[in-house]
Design a protein around this ligand. Structure first.
Ligand code: 1GP
Length: 248
């Protein structure tokens, strides 16, 4: 079987666009998975990401076991903390929060994670994770996102495009396999196409984009700007009829 990483590289080479449905174990009930996954399976989704900023120990594993009963799509952990690591998934985005300067999220949690990872068969995919500021819904500064609060890091302001580009390139040069541009779950505005395309021009590795993408138009705009894989969570949680617009 192809690895998750190799598969994404192959799809990127063919300019095929990928969609991950993000499931937050803190928000999604196990009992609802059968119904939810049948919608996912009929959609253009290519990956399931599982994770959240604050999830109790054990919840992720229970949810992953249930998800895998209902789909053949690869299930990739997108963990906010080491307690979300379970070898019942297929892979894990080993995220280093390179936009921030909190050593715990740059390397500390990773060291702690090794004891959980070394006996698992999870495919570990090093990923440079870049948090971009959330924009104000009305005025006076964007609402703090959960990633920002939990990681105690500052996001990069949207106007600092050069810093965003250099951060992404530094991640690639450090050997990261993917760069993930994150506006934060439930962000009021997705990351602008202009930022995505500037970052894309810097990179040879796949670019993941997520946070605040609520419509098919938002998704297509991110693809057109250069996202190889788009991540959507909140919009599916809020309204599952969104899957109807994304039927295969
Ligand atoms: C969050 O990028 C993901 O980490 C998805 O964000 O929940 O806003 O779709 P949304």
């Amino acid at each position: 079987m192809n690895s998750i990483y190799q598969n994404i590289i192959a799809e990127k080479a063919k300019a095929e666009k990928l969609l991950a449905v993000l499931i937050d174990p803190d928000k999604m009930k196990v009992e609802h998975m059968s119904n939810f996954m049948s919608k996912v399976n009929q959609s253009i989704a290519t990956h399931i990401f599982v994770g959240g900023s604050e999830v109790d120990e054990g919840l992720t594993e229970t949810l992953v076991i249930e998800i895998k009963k209902h789909t053949n799509l690869p299930v990739v952990l997108f963990p906010g903390d080491i307690v979300q690591i379970t070898d019942k998934a297929d892979g894990i985005l080993f995220l280093s929060l390179i936009s921030g300067r909190n050593p715990d999220y740059l390397i500390g949690k990773h060291v702690e994670a090794v004891s959980r990872l070394k006996h698992s068969n999870l495919e570990v995919i090093p990923t440079g994770y870049i948090l971009i500021e959330n924009l104000p819904a009305v005025k006076h500064g964007g609402k703090e996102t959960a990633v920002q609060r939990v990681s105690e890091t500052k996001p990069i302001p949207r106007k600092k495009v050069q810093t965003i580009k250099d951060t992404a390139k530094a991640g690639e040069l450090l050997g990261m396999k993917f760069i993930y541009l994150e506006a934060g779950s439930g962000a009021t505005h997705p990351i602008e196409a202009g930022i995505i395309s500037e970052v894309k021009q810097q990179l040879n590795i796949p670019l993941i984009v997520g946070g605040g993408i609520r419509t098919k138009a938002d998704m297509e705009s991110a693809y057109k700007a250069g996202a190889d894989l788009v991540v959507i969570g909140t919009a599916f949680e809020a309204d599952e009829t969104f899957f109807d617009e994304l039927i295969k």
